[in-house]
Ligand binder design. Structure first.
Ligand code: ADP
Ligand code: MG
Length: 681
C-alpha cells in the first residue's frame, strides 16, 4: 500500500467531468466521426486559409487535438500537394513518425508507403507516390545535404517544436533561412505548449494560430513520503488503482526499455498470482525500439470489463496520444543524454523531470474525462526539486554531429548561426576540436575529404570515423558489422528472469579475447552463418528482433560505403586491426587501469568502471576503449575493448602525447588480474 495525498488539481476548461462521448460510443465511431470529434476539426477552413495567406505560421494546440494527424491531410485536401510536391512533417521520435504515418494511411484508406509514408534513420518507407511524408527531425536535417532548398516540398511542418531536440533546434535556423528565398514554401511550426510566442518572435513575428484544447480537470496526488524503489511503487500503484478505482486506462511513465520490461515482468507475475480475484489487466509497453506490430496494439480498444495499462517512456508525454487514459502514474524521472562540456564526456543519465513535463504528463489523464494523476514523489519534491522547464538539448549535448552536418552544408560561421537559443560557446569549441582531432576538419576549420565522407553516414562522427578507418586497416567487413550491432540500441541478449543462469552461460559462450566489440562481431558472424536463423537466436538467448535490425542497418551502411567508394574487405584473423580501427574512431573514449581495479579516463582523470555485463569484467586490461558511458549507481563504460596505448599515437597523433600514455608504475594490481593475457597464455 502506498499512501497518497491529494494536493492540487490541474484545472480543466470543461465544466462537466463526465466524458462527452462514452467509451462504448467512442469504440463504435467510424474514422470519419473520430476525425470530426477532434478539437482541430472546427478550425479546418480557418487553418487552410491562414496557410494560404501567410508563409510562416506558428500553431499551438494541446496534445491530442489532432495537429499531427490532421493538418497534413487538410493541406493535402486543399491542394497543397498538387503538382506532386510533398508535405513534410518532422517528429522528434522515430516511433511517433512511424505510428502517426500508419494512422494517417489508415484514415485515408491507403497502404502505408504509398501516398503517405515515413522516413527514419536506416528505414525509408516512402515511394515515388508519397506526398505526405512523416520523418524524424534528424532525417530532414540529413535531407538538406542532398536537397538544400527542400525543393520537393511545398509545405514543411516542424512538429512537436516544444520538445526542442537538438535537430529540431538546428532545423529552425535552416528552414527560416530557406523561407527567405523560397517564397512558395509554406512553413508551419507546431507546438503543444506555451512556447508559441518565442517561436513567433524567432520567425519574424509570424502569426500564431491557436487551437483551443479540451481539457477535463485532473486531480493530482502525491506520495506522503519519498519512494525508494519507483518501479515497485509503480506496480503497487497500478494494482491499487485497479482494485479501488472505476474502470479507465492507466498510463505509466518509465525511463526506458529495460525499466519497462522489468516493470512488466513484475506486474504480470503479481497479476498471475492474484488470478481471478481481479478484473483483467491488459499490459502494453511502448518505447522507441518497439516493433511496429506491437506499437499498434496500444491503440486497440480495451476489451469490455478490462483495464489497459500502458507502460511508456516519455514518448507518451506529447508525441503519442492514447485515447481513454484516465489515470496517470508519474515516478518523475526520464532518461537524458548529458554532456559535460568541461570534460567532453557524454553519458545517459536518469534525471528528475521538469515541472513542465510533470504537468504535461498529468494532462494526459484529462483528455476524455476528468482524470487522476498519481505522482510517486512528495509535494515538497515537486516544489523544490524539479526545475521549471527542461533545458533544450542544444544546451546539454555533444554537438559533434550537428557541427559536422552544418559544415557539410557549407555553413562555416557557426558562432553567428541563427539559433533560437545558442549553445554554450565552449560546447561549440569542443565539437570543433573533436572534429579536428578526428580529421574531419582542417586547422582552418574547413571540412576535409575525410570529413565530407563522414558526413555521408547517418552516424555519430566517432562511429563514422571508425568505419572509414577500417579501410586503412583492411577490415571494413568486420567494422561495418560492429557498427551495425552498436547502432541497435536495444538489448541484444535475452535474459528472462526464470532462466538467468542459462542466459548468462549462453552469453559467456560468445566471449572472445579482446573485448565486447569482438563479442558483437562474433555473434553477428555466427548468426549470419546460420543464414540468419530465428531458432538459433532463440537457443542462444539472443533477441532476434535486435539482430534483424542490425542486419538492416548493416545493409544500409554497406550501401553508403559503396557510395563513398569504400571497398568491403575482410580480415577475420587479424583482430589487432579491428581494434585499431575502433580506436581510430573512439580515441576520445580511452580509460586506463588505476588502483583498486578502477579506471580513469586518460584526458580528464574521471573514475569509470567496467560494466558487469562486459566480457572484460574480470580481466581488467590496462587500457580500454569504450563505446559509451552509462550512469546508474556509478559511471559505467559499456562495450569495451582492450587496446595498447601505443596505438593511440598511431591513430590520434595530434590528440595524444606519448608522455600521457606512460603506464603509471605505481599501480598495484591484484596478482592474477595484473597479469596480461600473454602472461596467462
Ligand atoms: P496532436 O498532434 O495534436 O497531439 P494527434 O494528431 O497526434 O494530436 O492525435 C489525434 C488523435 O489521433 C488522437 O485521438 C489519437 O489518439 C489518434 N491517433 C494518433 N495515432 C493513432 C494511431 N496510430 N492509432 C489510433 N489512433 C491514433
Ligand atoms: Mg502531435
Amino acid at each position: 500500500q502506498i499512501e497518497f495525498i491529494q494536493a492540487l488539481s490541474l484545472p480543466g476548461n470543461k465544466e462537466k467531468t463526465e466524458p462527452e462521448i462514452s467509451e462504448a460510443q467512442r469504440k463504435r465511431m467510424t474514422i470519419e466521426e473520430t476525425q470530426k470529434s477532434l478539437p482541430i476539426y472546427p478550425f479546418k477552413e480557418d487553418l487552410i486559409n491562414a496557410v494560404k495567406e501567410y508563409q510562416i505560421l506558428i500553431i499551438e494546440g494541446e496534445t491530442g487535438s489532432g495537429k499531427t494527424t490532421q493538418i497534413p491531410q487538410y493541406l493535402h485536401q486543399a491542394g497543397f500537394t498538387d503538382g506532386g510536391k510533398k508535405i513534410g512533417c518532422t517528429q522528434p521520435r522515430r516511433v511517433a513518425a512511424m505510428s502517426v504515418a500508419a494512422r494517417v494511411a489508415e484514415e485515408m484508406s491507403i497502404k502505408l508507403g504509398n501516398e503517405v509514408g515515413y522516413s527514419i534513420r536506416f528505414e525509408d518507407c516512402t515511394s515515388e507516390r508519397t506526398v505526405i511524408k512523416y520523418m524524424t527531425d534528424g532525417t530532414l536535417h540529413r535531407e538538406f545535404l542532398s536537397e538544400p532548398d527542400l525543393n520537393s516540398y511545398n509545405v514543411m511542418i516542424i512538429d512537436e517544436a516544444h520538445e526542442r531536440t537538438l535537430h529540431t533546434d538546428i532545423l529552425f535556423g535552416l528552414v527560416k533561412d530557406i523561407c527567405r528565398y523560397r517564397v512558395d514554401l509554406k512553413l508551419l511550426i507546431s507546438s503543444a505548449t506555451l512556447d508559441a510566442q518565442k517561436f513567433s518572435q524567432f520567425f519574424d513575428d509570424a502569426p500564431i494560430f491557436r487551437i483551443p484544447g479540451r481539457r477535463f480537470p485532473v486531480d493530482i496526488y502525491y506520495t506522503k513520503a519519498p519512494e525508494a524503489d519507483y518501479i515497485d511503487a509503480c506496480v503497487v500503484s497500478i494494482l491499487q488503482i485497479h482494485a479501488t478505482q472505476p474502470l479507465g486506462d492507466i498510463l505509466v511513465f518509465l525511463t526506458g526499455q529495460e525499466e519497462i520490461e522489468t516493470c512488466q515482468e513484475i506486474l504480470q507475475d503479481r497479476v498471475r498470482r492474484l488470478g481471478s480475484r481481479i478484473k483483467e489487466l491488459v499490459i502494453l509497453p511502448v518505447y522507441s525500439n518497439l516493433p511496429s506490430d506491437m506499437q499498434a496494439k496500444i491503440f486497440h480498444p480495451t476489451p469490455p470489463n478490462a483495464r489497459k495499462v500502458v507502460l511508456a517512456t516519455n514518448i507518451a508525454e506529447t508525441s503519442l496520444t492514447i485515447d481513454n487514459i484516465i489515470y496517470v502514474i508519474d515516478p518523475g524521472f526520464c532518461k537524458q543524454n548529458n554532456f559535460n562540456s568541461r570534460t567532453g564526456m557524454e553519458s545517459l543519465v536518469v534525471v528528475p523531470i521538469s515541472k513542465a513535463s510533470a504537468n504535461q504528463r498529468a494532462g494526459r489523464a484529462g483528455r476524455v474525462a476528468a482524470g487522476k494523476c498519481f505522482r510517486l514523489y512528495t509535494v515538497w519534491a515537486y516544489k523544490n526539486e524539479l526545475e521549471d522547464n527542461t533545458v533544450p538539448e542544444i544546451q546539454r549535448m555533444n554537438l559533434g554531429n550537428a557541427v559536422l552536418m552544418l559544415k557539410a552544408l557549407g555553413i562555416n560561421d557557426l558562432v553567428h548561426f541563427d539559433f533560437l537559443d545558442p549553445p554554450p560557446h565552449e560546447t561549440l569549441v569542443l565539437a570543433l576540436e573533436q572534429l579536428y582531432a578526428l580529421g574531419a576538419l582542417n586547422h582552418h576549420g574547413e571540412l576535409t575529404k575525410l570529413g565530407r565522407r563522414m558526413a555521408e553516414f547517418p552516424l555519430d562522427p566517432m562511429m563514422g570515423k571508425m568505419l572509414l578507418a577500417s579501410e586503412k586497416y583492411k577490415c571494413s567487413e568486420e567494422i561495418v558489422s560492429i557498427a551495425a550491432m552498436l547502432s541497435v540500441n536495444s538489448a541484444i541478449f535475452y535474459r528472462p528472469k526464470d532462466k538467468l543462469v542459462h542466459a548468462d552461460t549462453a552469453r559467456r559462450n560468445f566471449f572472445v579475447v579482446g573485448g565486447d566489440h569482438l563479442v558483437l562481431l562474433n555473434i553477428y558472424k555466427q548468426w549470419s552463418d546460420t543464414d540468419y536463423s530465428t531458432q538459433w537466436c532463440y537457443e542462444n538467448f539472443l533477441q532476434y528482433r535486435s539482430l534483424k535490425r542490425a542486419r538492416d542497418v548493416r545493409e544500409q551502411l554497406v550501401g553508403l560505403m559503396q557510395r563513398v567508394e569504400m571497398d568491403l574487405v575482410s580480415n577475420p584473423t587479424e583482430h589487432v586491426n579491428i581494434r585499431k580501427a575502433i580506436t581510430a574512431g573512439y580515441f576520445y573514449h580511452i580509460a586506463r587501469l588505476s588502483k583498486g581495479g578502477h579506471y580513469k579516463t586518460v584526458k580528464h582523470n574521471q573514475t569509470v568502471m567496467i560494466h558487469p555485463n562486459s566480457a572484460l569484467f574480470e580481466d581488467l586490461p590496462r587500457w580500454v576503449v569504450y563505446h559509451e558511458l552509462v550512469f546508474t549507481t556509478k559511471e559505467y563504460m559499456r562495450q569495451i575493448t582492450e587496446i595498447e596505448s601505443k596505438w593511440l599515437l598511431e591513430v590520434a597523433p595530434h590528440y595524444y602525447k606519448s608522455r600521457e600514455l606512460e603506464d603509471s608504475t605505481n599501480v598495484k594490481m591484484p596478482k592474477v588480474m595484473g597479469k596480461t593475457k600473454a602472461e596467462l597464455g
